[in-house]
Design a protein around this ligand. Sequence first.
Ligand code: AMP
Length: 514
Amino acid sequence: MPVIGIDLGTSNTCVAVVNNGRPQVILDEKGRATLPSMMSLNRKDQVFVGHMAKAQMSVEPERTIHSAKRLLGQRFNSEDVQRLLPFLTYKVTQTDNGLVGLVVDDHCFSPTEVSAAVLKKVKSLAETALREPVTQAVISVPAHFDNTQRKETKRAAEIAGLEVLRIINEPTAAALAYGFGMDAAHTIAVYDFGGGTFDISVLEIGDGIYNVLATGGDTFLGGNDFNQIVANWIIDRFRTRTRIDLADHPIAKQRILDAAEFAKIQLSTQQEVRIELLQIAPEISPSLAINDTLTRAQLDALCAPLVDRSLDICQSVFDSAGLHGENVDQIVMVGGMTRMPLIRKKVQEWFGRAPNTQINPDEAVGIGAAIQAMALDACTDDILLLDVIPLTLSIEAAGGICIPLIPKNTKVPHRVSRTFTTSRDNQESVIISIFQGEGSHTQDNIRLATFELANIRHAKRMEPRIEVSLRIDVNGILSITAVDLDSNQSQSVQIVDMNLKALDALNAQEVDAL
Ligand code: AMP
């Protein structure tokens, strides 16, 4: 039974397989290599996924769910979600557990369920093409995805009936696609600018070994942001001309977003583009229309800050790894946005050399995931991936300070242990919070888990010695175990309410630190 590779993108999803040693993208019945990562419901509650959903987008934007990947595992109140809300054309609500619910009529879907629907569609697409059942997959995620986002991706696959053999970072997958069959050792940077996320990874590759030296990125920087900037430009000009704010009109807004994306793509190959949208607000007046010309120079000026943000991330990743742009032999460009001339120009300036644009930016990640799937399926050691964690893991100490336990760019899998004790006689439990991120204080980082070491044996303060181990597996997913060092009994570790204030954590003292 074949194991497929899936690039579950914010905008598009691509599925690939290795057939007789040859990696290839699985095309749909119309020969298309990618599927829009969208789901829509019609008024009869029929669900559509992919191209059919995208077709419904401009007609019934409030019934079409897109960008679910950006909301995966996010808390409703998070800054990122709040920033995104004005640009979503469907209703988003806060669920009882504080997460994000995507609402169409009286249906409320989680972003995980929407991702599952997309994965189910590509699973069936693969089964039709390969003429056999498919139950296992390697799925790629942005290198910068945190623990929860990775777990939710895995859960989405399970709902879709796929066992995930491995979660692979997107730039690492692209490196696999680039380096497949190449022997000569060299250093590459994978600059991956997709629809919703940006990632940069630096790898040493050669002889089947893919050694990630450093990685970084932003899960809220992608092609969608370019579309929104152009859409705002159109809306602003229309407002100046008519005093009507089309941002309040969902159908008009969606048509403008589609036109903005189309214009952006056109401007990759031409110098100017006309944006014409007739009857843009028929409910106000049938004669209202948009009729603008956007030039490449204007687009570049509007979007340069987004490209600069990606280069700032490159700078910090290179700094943290002690590398320089000139150390890199090849810059591999992946993700649809890397077709934009401004991006290619600025990347060339930053690295001091022309980027490699030979590989197909839409297909490389899916192909790389398929190569990894083949290697895992065949248990071959011809390919060795040495990946890293993208964000530092820390533990909360007194005053909300984060003490790093596993620094970013540590190779996975990795395990670290710390010994804790109590600060009161007969203390029965200790609360410990783990954070992910580079900030020195908890408020600057993402709380991964707050857990309770419960049922600690009754003893004088500082007597119990409980060893807590954090393990990051090859998928970049964290698990926590604890052992009472005196009895050698494993200690119960329970994830408690994420919002619980970890007061006892302030009392927990590390024996190591004494
Ligand atoms: P991906 O997530 O890799 O599929 O990237 C999708 C993003 O790439 C979307 O925001 C597209 O609008 C953008 N994109 C695709 N083709 C082009 C192009 N020729 N020029 C500029 N942007 C593009």
